[in-house]
Ligand binder design. Sequence first.
Ligand SMILES: Nc1ncnc2c1ncn2[C@@H]1O[C@H](COP(=O)(O)OP(=O)(O)OP(=O)(O)O)[C@@H](O)[C@H]1O
Ligand SMILES: [Mg+2]
Length: 254
Amino acid sequence: MAENKNVITVQDLHLYYGQLEALRGVSIDFRKNEITAVIGPSGCGKSSLLKTINRLNDLIPNVTVTGTVKLNDQDIYAPSMDAVELRKQVGMLFQQPNPFPFSIYDNVIYGLRISGEKNKQVLDEAVERSLQAAAIWDEVKDRLHENAMGLSGGQQQRICIARALATRPKVLLMDEPTSALDPISSSEIERTMLELKNDYSIVIVTRNMQQASRMSDRTAFFLQGELIEYGQTRDIFLQPQQKETEDYISGRFG
Ligand SMILES: Nc1ncnc2c1ncn2[C@@H]1O[C@H](COP(=O)(O)OP(=O)(O)OP(=O)(O)O)[C@@H](O)[C@H]1O
Ligand SMILES: [Mg+2]
């Protein structure tokens, strides 16, 4: 059997907030070990799509989801799928770094601790491995027991990446992960992402077109809840097939 190149498969996804249809029949696949950029104007459904993939919308009242979303071959909306387990496999990062107000160490092991891990050696190893992978180990290794809130924004965001990585996810969803950061912190996060790509699949929402074209393998352009165009990033940026895509990436709206 041929190996499945897709880590996430979305088919005919409709998402409603009450009466408002925020995603209108979206079908899209995200590939393993690639960075996929999701772009489009404000309100087109980018965050809604990401939240659907790790079922964060479960927490919002009046949300209706139809269609299928699969992680590898598992339907993430099947009754047998546990949302907490899903979120270990599909980590999420937000625009504002959101470390918990406790130590760096306790932030990183959060997911392992809630799943019952108590072995100190296992936890210590997970902390070092995750902070290394998030490219922040050298900066914090001597202050693991200091409060994470005392770090810079860029460092906090990398702590959040490490926290997501500690549970060995398959996918990292990043919703504008650098838009609240200064340019130096942003480039640290970008460098981290390029390293993570070897081991993880990343979906990043960004409104920075340079970032999308510099970082991603594929780009998906959304407009008003619909996927307008999806393909290799260089094709989307150099020879878009749809006029709306061309207008958006050349800055004519959005
Ligand atoms: N919790 C909610 N309740 C009701 N409507 C919502 C909710 N979240 C989003 N929406 C609506 O769904 C649509 C898509 O919103 P979404 O946040 O997914 O867009 P976006 O592409 O991420 O926009 P932005 O670039 O501004 O972050 C918008 O019309 C928005 O107002
Ligand atoms: Mg958004």
